[in-house]
Design a protein around this ligand. Structure first.
Ligand code: R5P
Length: 296
């Protein structure tokens, strides 16, 4: 197996290759003056299973096109098969037609990946694994909640109460609780499809006087997390921390969350950011290692 660290995940891809003990083919890339992307593999991939590591966090469109160029290029250069390791999968939140006439963006992205030769997809805490599974691309979704919870435990938060946003995400809180052992629950958030406004459904949780960690897959504008943090503080929580797998952190997001009363924000290197203190490289290397084991 060969690991190709894409331009958006150079560091993560290198770490994965090292942990896996796999050969790495670096990618030379540039942006032309008109904005178009260029990629070139600096090594051969013929006859090999190629794992391309490329997140598609902002600028999503550019990173997505780089991924498509790399996948198609790998096949053109004779790769036996292509695994796209996409820690953050762009457009995954538009996982249906919420309003008439809207594009089903996730489906389009999956079709593009398949057209460009991607045989398998590996994601990390993708927004809706059920919908992705229904799109019939062989895929595996890894969970970074365990490594996030372990990091927080090492920071002294053992026994903190774990909260997820939405019942759908309850598994995240349960996974964190398995490490932190402080109990878990969820708060229901609702987003108005037209205004984008997020509201929180009143539902008491036993967090008065407790340390609380709120887990979400994504922090983008920070609006959802800020509302949840404020809600937890209003319920009498002692210290509240925000944890997410994909810290997209649009401008103002950190300020919004900290102003709402959070002690801190932590994320993973699925999306490189100033709060990406937890690496998912061991998770990805393990998943690829299992795949590699099956090949040998
Ligand atoms: C929504 O379904 C996701 O799980 C996140 O809660 C959402 O994407 C966060 O977005 P924002 O930070 O813009 O509120």
């Amino acid at each position: 197996m060969i690991v190709v660290p894409g331009p958006a995940s150079t560091e993560l891809g290198r770490r994965v290759a090292t942990l896996l003990g796999a050969r790495m083919v670096p990618v030379s890339f540039k942006r032309f003056p008109d904005g178009e992307s260029y990629v070139r593999f600096m090594g051969e991939v013929e006859g090999e299973v190629v794992a391309i590591v490329q997140t598609t966090s902002p600028p999503q469109n550019e990173r997505l096109i780089q991924l498509l160029l790399m996948a198609d290029n790998a096949k053109d250069m004779g790769a036996k098969s292509v695994i796209a390791v996409v820690p953050y999968l762009a457009y995954a939140r538009q996982d249906r037609r919420f309003l008439p006439g809207e594009a089903f963006s996730l489906k389009t992205v999956v079709r593009l990946l398949q057209c460009c030769g991607v045989d398998e997809l590996i994601t990390v805490n993708v927004h809706n694994p059920t919908v992705l599974r229904s799109l019939q691309i062989p895929f595996r979704d890894l969970s970074a909640i365990g490594v996030l919870a372990q990091h927080l435990m090492n920071k002294g938060l053992q026994g903190a109460f774990s909260i997820s946003l939405g019942k759908k995400g309850l598994e995240m809180a349960r996974e964190a609780h398995n490490i932190l052992r402080g109990g878990y629950g969820y708060i229901q958030t609702r987003r108005d499809r037209v205004t984008g406004e997020v509201s929180i459904e009143e539902k008491p949780l036993p967090i008065h006087g407790r340390d609380v960690i709120i887990f979400d897959d994504i922090i983008s504008s920070g609006g959802t997390m800020a509302k949840a943090v404020r809600w937890a503080k209003d319920q009498g929580a002692r210290r509240v921390y925000a944890a997410c797998v994909h810290p997209l952190l649009a401008p103002g997001a950190m300020e919004r969350i900290l102003e709402s009363g959070a002690e801190g924000v932590v994320g993973t290197d699925c999306v490189p950011s100033p709060v990406s203190r937890v690496s998912v490289a061991p998770l990805i290397a393990e998943a690829l290692g299992e795949r590699k084991g099956r090949l040998e």
